[in-house]
Design a protein around this ligand. Structure first.
Ligand SMILES: NC(=O)c1ccc[n+]([C@@H]2O[C@H](COP(=O)([O-])OP(=O)(O)OC[C@H]3O[C@@H](n4cnc5c(N)ncnc54)[C@H](O)[C@@H]3O)[C@@H](O)[C@H]2O)c1
Ligand SMILES: [Zn+2]
Ligand SMILES: [Zn+2]
Length: 376
C-alpha cells in the first residue's frame, strides 16, 4: 500500500533534553511539501557532532539527531523533478541550491539557503516535518537520520549510484568527506609534503587518507589514545605520536621531527587548545593549518606573529565539498576502490542501540558505528 501523501508513523530516536539518553519513540513524519523529499533511512552512522549537540549544548531540544545517513526516496513533493521514489540518496547537512551567490562561486561550499545561514549555534533547521507526542521535534542540520523516515529539502539531497551499499556509503554524509576533503580541497596538500593530523576518529583518519591520496610523503598521526594508531597506519600514516609520551609541547616535538614544522596540519578534535597547537606545529613561511573539529562554545587564542611569519589558518566545513556534486563523486570513488570506507566501521548495531553507540564514541572505543534503521 502506498504511503505517499499520508503521515507515516515510525520509530525515531528523540533527544528530549541535554545530557540525557535518547529515547526510541513513535514519531509522525508529515508528507513532503513543495520542493521536499521523504526518505526511508536504511543506515546511519554516529558522528561526534551528534554527541556535541547532546553533551555540549543547552538549546535545540527536542530534536532528532543523525546526519550521516543513506536511504531510499519514498515520495516527493510538488516541484521535485530530480528525485523519484526508489532512488538511492544521501541527505546533505550542507546543502547546495546551485542558485545563490555562494553556490555559484567556486570559492566556497557554503549555501545561503542552508541551515548554517539561519542558525549555527543550535544546528537545526527552523522548519521540521517531525512531531512526537503532539510536539514539534527539531530536525538536526535539516536531516534527522536517527529516524526510519525523514523529510529533507531537495537542495539537501544527493542522488547516488544504485549499486552503492547504503550501510557503507552513509559514512560519506559527513565524517569521511569532511576529513578527506579538508586535506584535499581545503589544505590542498601537495605531493611530497609533510603533514600532521591531530585526532584520529573517522574525521582524522579520513584526513590521513586524504593526505595520502594527495601524495604526502610523511603523515604524522597524533592522538592521546594510542589504540587509534594501528588504524591510522591502515589509512596511510607514516608515524604516530602520543602527546602523553612527551614532556615538551607537541608542537616542539613535531618541529624537531620535521626540521621546523610540518607543511600542513589538520585539527580533527574540536578542542581550541589543539587548534592552537596544530597552528604552531606548522612550519613558518608557508605552513597551512586547517580547523576541522567543531566547537561553537569556546574561543581560541594564538600569537599574531605565528601568522605574520607566513602561516595560514583556515577552517573547513564538510571538507569543502559542494555536496550535491561532491558526495556522489565520493560514492563513485568508493565503488572504484579509490577511497576506503569499510575500514572505518568498527561496530554494526540497530537504531534501538543508539545509546550504546553514543557510549562507545564517548569512551573512544569505536571509529564509526553503523546503525541499521529500516530494512531495504
Ligand atoms: N568541520 C566539519 O564540517 C565537521 C564535520 C564532522 C565532524 N566535525 C568534528 O570533527 C571532530 C572529530 O569528529 P570524529 O567523529 O572523528 O570524533 P571522534 O570522537 O571519533 O574522534 C576524536 C579523536 O580525537 C582524539 N583526541 C581527543 N583529545 C585529543 C588531543 N588533545 N590531542 C589529540 N587527539 C585528541 C580522541 O582520542 C579521538 O580519537 C569533532 O569535533 C566533530 O564535531 C566537523
Ligand atoms: Zn546555494
Ligand atoms: Zn558529522
Amino acid at each position: 500500500m502506498s504511503t505517499a501523501g499520508k503521515v507515516i508513523k515510525c520509530k525515531a530516536a528523540v533527544a528530549w533534553e541535554p545530557n540525557k539518553p535518547l529515547v526510541i519513540e513513535e514519531v509522525e513524519v508529515a508528507p513532503p511539501q513543495a520542493n521536499e523529499v521523504r526518505i526511508k533511512i536504511v543506515a546511519t552512522a554516529v558522528c561526534h557532532t551528534d554527541l556535541y549537540h547532546v553533551f555540549e549544548l543547552e538549546d535545540g531540544f527536542p530534536i532528532v539527531l543523525g546526519h550521516e545517513g543513506a536511504g531510499i526516496v519514498e515520495s516527493v513533493g510538488s516541484g521535485v523533478t530530480e528525485f523519484q521514489p526508489g532512488d538511492k540518496v544521501i541527505p546533505l547537512c550542507n546543502p547546495q541550491c546551485r542558485e545563490c551567490r555562494f553556490c555559484k562561486s567556486p570559492k566556497t561550499n557554503q549555501c545561503e539557503k542552508g541551515w548554517l545561514a539561519h542558525s549555527s549555534v543550535v544546528l537545526a533547521s527552523p522548519d521540521s516535518r517531525l512531531t512526537c507526542k503532539g510536539k514539534k521535534v527539531l530536525q538536526y542540520v535539516g536531516t534527522s537520520t536517527f529516524s526510519e523516515y525523514t523529510v529533507v529539502n531537495q537542495i539537501a539531497l544527493a542522488k547516488i549510484d544504485p549499486a552503492a551499499p547504503l550501510d557503507k556509503v552513509c559514512l560519506l554524509g559527513c565524517g569521511v568527506c569532511t576529513g578527506f576533503g579538508a586535506a584535499v580541497n581545503t589544505a590542498k596538500v601537495e605531493p611530497g609534503s609533510t603533514c600532521a593530523v591531530f585526532g584520529l576518529g573517522a574525521v582524522g583518519l579520513a584526513a590521513v587518507m586524504g593526505c595520502s591520496a594527495a601524495g604526502a610523503k610523511r603523515i604524522i598521526a597524533v592522538d592521546i589514545n594510542p589504540e587509534k594508531f594501528e588504524k591510522a597506519k591502515v589509512f596511510g600514516a607514516t608515524e604516530c605520536v602520543n602527546p602523553k609520551d612527551h614532556d615538551k609541547p607537541i608542537s616542539k616535538v613535531l618541529a624537531e621531527m620535521t626540521n621546523g614544522g610540518v607543511d600542513f596540519s589538520l585539527e580533527c578534535v574540536g578542542n581550541v587548545e589543539v587548534m592552537r597547537t596544530a597552528l604552531e606545529s606548522c612550519v613558518e613561511g608557508w605552513g597551512v593549518s586547517v580547523i576541522v573539529g567543531w566547537t561553537d562554545v569556546a574561543d581560541f587564542a594564538a600569537r599574531p606573529v605565528q601568522l605574520i611569519a607566513g602561516r595560514t589558518w583556515k577552517g573547513s566545513l564538510l571538507g569543502g565539498f559542494k555536496c550535491k556534486d561532491g558526495i556522489p563523486e565520493m560514492v563513485k570513488a568508493y565503488l572504484d576502490k579509490k577511497v576506503k570506507l569499510d575500514e572505518f566501521i568498527t561496530h554494526n548495531m540497530t537504531l534501538d542501540q543508539i545509546n550504546d553507540a553514543f557510549e562507545l564514541m564517548k569512551r573512544g572505543e569505536c571509529i564509526r558505528t553503523v546503525l541499521s534503521v529500516s530494512p531495504q
